[in-house]
Design a protein around this ligand. Structure first.
Ligand SMILES: Cc1cc2nc3c(=O)[nH]c(=O)nc-3n(C[C@H](O)[C@H](O)[C@H](O)COP(=O)(O)OP(=O)(O)OC[C@H]3O[C@@H](n4cnc5c(N)ncnc54)[C@H](O)[C@@H]3O)c2cc1C
Length: 397
């Protein structure tokens, strides 16, 4: 097991450039975005122009070619500034570009991956349905085969970027007699395809800059070029993308924890009560120490997992069973711990702020609302614990 890790000069340069970009182009508008609950179209466009929507995609397909480590750097930095921007990039990159990169044909990569990596097109990923959440193999959306064409009918739920996306990776049932392994396939569905419409967009506790949309499929006809990967392999394609998503979500949670901890430290040094800065009280110091411990542990976990995914490469057919199992378990560990430690640390950071931490519009109040979802989406933390437990029963600790 590799536990040593060094960032390359390219990765360090990426972190510096993203940090500067986000402070200049994103941070100033985050408060207004949160209050207005509008998709941040202008800053997303600027991020697309800078190549930030294709960080892990190889240069041969229009990306920056900086791997999962580079991608986690991006997500960590986004997590420090704004979770909505992080989710928009994550839904597009982890869940949209990964299935194309790993499972697409060369023609599909040219048509859909290249413009997505270059920031010309936005992607989304749609697995969840009203009756199918954690039990993601129990889909009802049908893709009936007729010759080499498919007819899609059904309703999908909670799709991040669903309102704005140019193309959605949609999971649908191609053979209801088979279970998730064999009966589910992945499709590339373009905006404007007859029979495809965006339904209700949810009002949410946080992530106010993202759309969380219902997608309605009524007699959507797709040709064979829209089938992504092999027929019946959709569930495994989705799970492979989620392994990437869970590690990058861990990076975003790490960034949110770091920003909250730094803000709480600054506040505690400035705020005086009983004649002293509150940072001098041990009760406050212990909260800060817990945040620092968790952030340090997460840095190792996140980047070790990202480096493993980089080493494994982008050809799933070459992965051994053991490699796959280790990657999946590691992604579950990262996602679960990062989301829980971030929520707990942000809660304590808010506590350090006292009353002002509860006032609408402060960064810590927004961070508190934004952080909670990381324990729910990309597989709830109960499901992550099931994934970990199943693997340790099968393969040991
Ligand atoms: C803001 C937001 C954005 C999202 N973005 C996307 C997206 O882009 N694409 C997409 O496809 N989906 C997306 N989702 C959906 C998200 O992934 C699901 O909400 C999540 O997987 C949980 O499914 P559910 O809501 O149906 O909850 P349920 O599955 O109904 O779970 C309810 C509770 O039961 C628990 N539970 C369920 N089964 C078990 C079990 N076997 N053992 C123990 N506990 C169990 C769960 O952990 C949870 O606590 C998004 C959701 C939100 C809120």
């Amino acid at each position: 097991m590799a536990i040593e890790f060094e960032f390359t000069p390219e990765h360090q340069a990426l972190r510096e450039s993203i940090r500067g970009f986000l402070q200049k182009e994103v941070a100033p508008g985050v408060g207004a975005m949160d209050a207005s609950e509008q998709f941040p179209a202008a800053s997303v466009r600027r991020m697309q122009e800078e190549g930030y929507f294709g960080v892990p995609v190889p240069e041969a397909y229009g990306g920056l070619g900086l791997g999962k480590v580079g991608y986690c750097i991006l997500l960590e930095e986004l997590g420090r500034v704004d979770a909505s921007h992080g989710s928009i990039v994550g839904a597009h990159t982890s869940l949209g570009t990964t299935p194309l990169l790993y499972f697409g044909t060369e023609a599909q990569k040219e048509r859909w991956l290249r413009p997505a990596a270059k920031g010309e097109k936005l992607l989304a990923f749609s697995l969840t349905e009203p009756g199918s959440g954690s039990d993601s193999g129990s889909l009802n959306t049908r893709a009936e085969r007729s010759g080499d064409r498919f007819l899609l009918n059904g309703t999908k739920l909670y799709v991040t970027n669903g309102k704005e996306a140019d193309t959605v990776v949609v999971l649908a049932l191609t053979d209801p007699t088979l279970g998730p392994n064999g009966g589910v396939s992945a499709f590339l569905l373009d905006k404007g395809t007859p029979g495809f419409s965006v339904g209700r967009c949810e009002k949410k506790m946080g992530l106010h800059g993202t759309s969380t949309a219902e997608l309605i499929l009524e007699g959507v006809e797709l040709g064979p070029e829209h089938l992504l990967g092999e027929l019946g392999k959709g569930f495994s394609i989705a799970m492979t993308a989620l392994d990437v998503g869970r590690v990058s979500l861990g990076a975003a949670s790490l960034g949110a924890l770091e920003a909250a901890a730094e803000g709480a430290l600054r506040f505690a040094q400035e705020r005086t009560q009983f004649g002293r800065p509150i940072v001098e009280y041990e009760a406050i110091q212990f909260k800060l120490a817990d945040m620092a411990m968790h952030a340090q542990a997460l840095r190792y976990l996140v980047y070790n997992a990202a480096a493993r995914q980089d080493r494994m490469g982008i050809e799933p057919a070459k992965w051994s069973r053991v490699e796959r199992a280790a990657k999946t378990r590691e992604a579950a560990v990262v996602k679960c711990l990062a989301s829980e430690w971030a929520s707990a640390g942000i809660d304590e950071a808010l506590q350090i702020h006292g009353g002002i931490g509860y006032i609408r519009g402060t960064p810590i109040e927004r961070a508190y609302r934004d952080a909670r979802i990381a324990q729910i989406f990309e597989g709830t933390n109960e499901i992550q614990r099931l994934v970990i437990a199943r693997d340790l029963i099968a393969r040991g600790f």
